[in-house]
Design a protein around this ligand. Sequence first.
Ligand code: SF4
Ligand code: SF4
Ligand code: FES
Length: 319
Amino acid sequence: MSTHPVIPRRPPAPPEPPPVSLTIDGQQVDVPAGTTLLDACHRQQIDTPTLCYSDVLEPAAACRVCVVEVEGSRTLVPSCARKVEDGMVVQTNSERVRHSRRMVLELLGSSVDMSYASSEIIDWTQRYEADPDRYGEAARTVEQPAKIDNALYMRDYSRCITCYKCVDACGEQAQNTFAITVAGRGFEAGVSTEYDVALGDSACVFCGNCIAVCPTGAIMFSSEHQLREEGLWDEDVQEVTRTVCSFCGVGCNLELHVQDNRIVKVTSPQDHEVTSGHLCIKGRFGYDYVQNLPDPMTTPIDDVLAAARASGRDGGPTR
Ligand code: SF4
Ligand code: SF4
Ligand code: FES
């Protein structure tokens, strides 16, 4: 009798569920089951604004700027979180949808400084004719000084829209460090460390994954922040070079953002299978050795600022 163990056969993969058929803005669309309405819109080349959504995080559905109208639904639904269903009839550009998106962009823009927000967000604000200024100075409810409690990055929560992306990236969806969360309620709600201690006294490991997902520049490399403050940040002249991190053997891809021959920040591509856009402190901030500082007493930020000042830029546009 054979003593070889019997290796059970792997069960066959379950059959693919049939595609889902729905109507978006009058067009019939067939998409795989499980697709979100946002993805279905993207497949139709329908530009849909998003603030709290990220390709690498679970939807928090916190901002409601991506809402669409679904026939039979009493309220507008967040397209980033709602899955398609057979027979759905969806409107993405009705007066009700446009009005709601405009209100979200106006209310956030009235209370938060959005001047460093991504160019996409600025474009949506214009496209939906949002006018945050009509609420006046009194609406600037989250105004507060920037927190600069380490040399690597700064936190300016007067730019924070409480989208939860940094909290999710710091927590179980990427970093598993749980150094930050949203504390307080209502107008007082904001991102905080435990007991609001300085970042260096918190559980933070300075991976910078919160910076990578922040849509408004509320958390930012110190180098970028200081260049922006002096009007020397210039994305038009920056080159982005993709390379592989040399600190260990994992193979994380890095994108080096270079201005005036100096690295001014480091990101990782969200579609990279190793990182999904996330890095550790070495890949994110450990690039000083590349830059051959002219004098051992020069800090990397001094060097970046000196190179930018020498470029002849004189406080022009920071975006
Ligand atoms: S740097 Fe990393 S550990 Fe620190 S708060 Fe940000 S995501 Fe969390
Ligand atoms: S700091 Fe940035 S990522 Fe975090 S909640 Fe505020 S806007 Fe969102
Ligand atoms: S992007 Fe969908 S709710 Fe924020």
